[in-house]
Every structure is written in structure tokens, then in C-alpha cells.
Design a binder for this molecule. Structure first.
Ligand SMILES: Cc1ncc(COP(=O)(O)O)c(C=O)c1O
Length: 405
């Protein structure tokens, strides 16, 4: 390149939106910046691993303001993460190649040998595997607590706890935990509180406003929303995220195309989540009390205290419902084989309804005792309701339930 050439892409700021805009407007108009090349309404995908430098000398080129290499930063990856940052009300955010990429970067960066991690026993299976199998090899002390213990965070978090990990609602039994109370208890002992907000989505719940230090999303789920990408987002203060710089050397950077798909999915997040919320609630209410069911798991339904917490911290209860069959795995299998619109697959948060058996998917690495400790019985199925018409889903589930007898 000639000496006077400008960098091919320089880091332009996003056009700011007024504070008062609602989430749907923010999702449609947020994180946009002018495309000076062709004026395209939808920003181009910078499908490149690297960027031209006009000079090898960083002082001469102002590299601090430029894109250098996609593992570190790519313009296409900045848009979706900025949208989620605005929705979650976080100071800073980073995009990862998957939810597990975000979670592992956070725990590996923040914990050292001999420090203590406290985590809910009912975390997503991948997170449980990470903290119970990998971390102890590096000398991290891991303490897992049951849902009942988690109702008293002041007793659970103590001096020396470095990091606490919470999910609410939990996967797959949809228990609800008091995020503000956990945040206060973590603060008191100087621990960092990380909340996995994947199930709730930023439309239904904002843990940072409740006092959490870090929020993580598997963007693979509701944020992307179409079951066609993998991604993760980590959010928090600028200071804390600067300490979690492991992403660049752990390598969990998203491909630009996945980042493009994520922006596209995010534009409709608020609309989709409203329908997911409605569908899950209508089916949960219709299924409640069915003679073939031992329990319907839905956020806030475990006990009156959790209902109060859910009312306080959630604007909607999310799109997931779990059903526990009295007749165990045989009854569950009969139910699954009668579903017409709910397909068997191990993910959630997409436009299509999906059902999985947690013992066979997200929690398959756990022993029978560990599964029992988490209330994951053989007849438990987890359904992620999509955006189909509510009447069709209610009918589909009702007919499948009746087929169980
Ligand atoms: C609650 C929760 N957190 C994290 C993850 C991991 O995300 P990913 O599959 O994008 O790595 C999942 C995946 O199912 C999840 O359900």
C-alpha cells in the first residue's frame, strides 16, 4: 500500500440512540454505523481473517484505532455484541464463538489455584463439566450447592469465595434464584457474581441491574434465535472484562458469518421472546394437573417464594417448560413419539419448538446420584417452545399427553 493510504476499515463509532427508546426500537436501530462504501442498509460481512496495515509501524498508523486481526476483533462481530450490551445495560461486552467459550474464558481468567468457586449444582451440564472436571486439575476449589441451599446465599458465600456462578431460571428444572440477594451476598465477601442469563434473555431479565458483576449468554439460543449459529456473549464492567482477555489466546472468537447471523437474529429478539413467553405459559397452564404428570416445571411454580422472586426480577418467564412423567422414561418416550410440531433435538431458543431428555443430552455425563441430586428424573423432558401459534402447540402437547394414558 502507498504511504498515504488510509486503513481499509477504521473503527467508526456506532450511532447513539436516545436513552428513552424501548428494546424493540433499540434492537432494530441500535449498533448501526454508516457504510461509506456502498451505503448498504445491512452492514457488509467482513469475512476476512486479517486487515491491511499501511505501515508496519504501529506509532505511524494509529493501530489502536484500527482492526488488525479477526481473532482479536472484526467489525462484523462488534454489532451484535453492542446490541446485547445496550439491552443488558452493561458497560462492556465481548462476543465469543459459543456460550461455553464465554464461560470458560471467564472462569479461567478470574480463578487461580487454591481460590474457591461456588456454583449452583443445577447449572447447564457443560458448565458443570468445566467446573467439576477441568478446574480442580488447576487447583481451584469448587463447591456446588443445591437449589435449597441457594435460597440462602448469605450462608453459602463466605470469605475466600472468589467467584459465584448462578443460573436463573435453571436448566432443566426452571428453579428461580434471587439475583439481587446473591449479588449483595457476593459483594459482602468480595466475590464476583456471574449470572448465566441464557434462559431468561435480556428481554425478560437484566442481572446487571440487579447487582450481578458478569452476565453470560449462549447466543446460540434466543439471541440468535434460528438454530443456525453458535455464539456467546459476556457482559460486565470494562475493568472486569479487561481482566478476561483470555478470549484472544484461548481462541474462542466467532467467525464473521456467525456474527452477521447473530445481528440478523437479534433484530427480532423482542418480538420472538414475547411469543416464546406466551407459548410456554399457555402450554404449562394447560398441562398442569394432567394425570400422567408428576410435575410441570415452570419458572416460579416450585414454591411461593420463587413465584415472588420471579415477579420481582423477571418481566416474562421465558419459553422453556419441563414435564416430569409419573410413568418414567417409557411414558416420556410415548409422549415424545406423539408430538407433531415439537421435534427432538438438544437445544433451545429457536423459532421451532424442540424437546430433549436432559439425561440423554445436556446432563448425560452425570451419574444417577448426581442426576437425583438435581431432581432430573428418568421421566423428565424439557421443551423449548418456539414461535408457532399458541393454539397449535397447546393442542399438540395435550394430544400427546392424552396418548400417554
Ligand atoms: C444455560 C446455558 N448456558 C450455556 C450453554 C452453552 O452454550 P453453547 O452451546 O453456545 O456453548 C448452554 C447450552 O445449551 C445453556 O443452555
Amino acid at each position: 500500500m502507498s504511504e498515504n493510504a488510509t486503513l481499509s476499515v477504521s473503527r467508526r463509532k456506532f450511532e447513539p440512540l436516545p436513552e428513552w427508546v424501548g428494546p424493540s426500537t433499540r434492537l432494530v436501530h441500535g449498533a448501526r454505523r454508516p457504510d461509506f462504501n456502498a451505503g448498504s442498509v445491512v452492514p457488509p460481512i467482513y469475512q476476512t481473517s486479517t486487515f491491511h496495515w499501511p505501515s508496519a509501524r504501529s506509532e505511524a498508523t494509529g493501530h489502536g484505532d484500527a482492526y488488525l486481526y479477526t481473532r482479536t476483533l472484526n467489525p462484523t462481530a462488534e454489532e451484535p455484541v453492542e446490541l446485547v450490551r445496550q439491552l443488558e445495560g452493561a458497560e462492556a461486552a465481548r462476543l465469543f464463538a459459543s456460550g461455553m467459550g464465554a464461560i470458560s474464558a471467564a472462569v479461567l481468567s478470574l480463578l487461580r489455584s487454591q481460590e474457591e468457586l461456588v456454583a449452583l449444582r443445577t447449572l447447564y451440564g457443560g458448565t458443570t463439566d468445566l467446573i467439576s472436571e477441568l478446574l480442580p486439575r488447576y487447583g481451584v476449589r469448587v463447591r456446588q450447592v443445591d437449589d435449597s441451599e441457594a435460597a440462602e446465599p448469605e450462608a453459602v458465600l463466605r470469605e475466600g469465595t472468589r467467584l459465584a456462578i448462578l443460573e436463573s431460571p435453571t436448566n432443566p428444572t426452571l428453579r428461580v434464584h434471587d439475583i439481587a440477594r446473591w449479588a449483595e451476598a457476593a459483594d459482602r465477601v468480595g466475590a464476583v457474581l456471574l449470572v448465566d442469563n441464557t434462559f431468561a434473555t435480556p428481554i425478560n431479565q437484566n442481572p446487571i441491574a440487579l447487582g450481578a458483576d458478569l452476565v453470560v449468554h449462549s447466543a446460540t439460543k434466543y439471541l440468535g434465535g434460528h438454530s443456525d449459529l453458535l455464539g456467546g456473549v459476556l457482559l460486565g464492567s470494562r475493568d472486569l472484562l479487561n481482566r478476561i482477555d483470555a478470549k484472544t489466546y484461548l481462541g474462542a472468537t466467532p467467525d464473521p458469518f456467525a456474527a452477521f447471523l447473530l445481528t440478523r437474529g437479534l433484530r427480532t429478539l423482542a418480538l420472538r421472546v414475547a411469543r416464546h413467553n406466551e407459548n410456554a405459559r399457555r402450554v404449562a397452564e394447560a398441562a398442569r394437573g394432567h394425570p400422567s404428570l408428576a410435575a410441570v416445571h415452570y419458572p416460579g411454580w416450585a414454591n411461593p417464594a420463587e413465584e415472588e422472586i420471579a415477579k420481582k426480577q423477571m418481566r416474562g418467564r421465558g419459553g422453556v417448560v419441563s414435564l416430569s412423567f409419573k410413568g418414567g422414561s417409557e411414558a416420556a418416550d410415548r409422549f415424545l413419539s406423539h408430538l407433531r410440531f415439537v421435534h427432538i433435538a438438544s437445544s433451545l431458543g429457536g423459532v421451532e419448538s424442540l424437546v430433549s431428555v436432559p439425561r440423554e443430552t445436556s446432563h448425560r455425563h452425570l451419574s444417577d446420584e448426581e442426576l437425583a441430586a438435581r431432581n432430573i428424573d428418568p421421566g423428565l423432558v424439557r421443551i423449548s417452545f418456539g414461535i408457532e401459534d399458541p393454539e397449535d402447540l397447546v393442542r399438540d402437547v395435550a394430544e400427546a399427553l392424552d396418548s400417554v394414558g
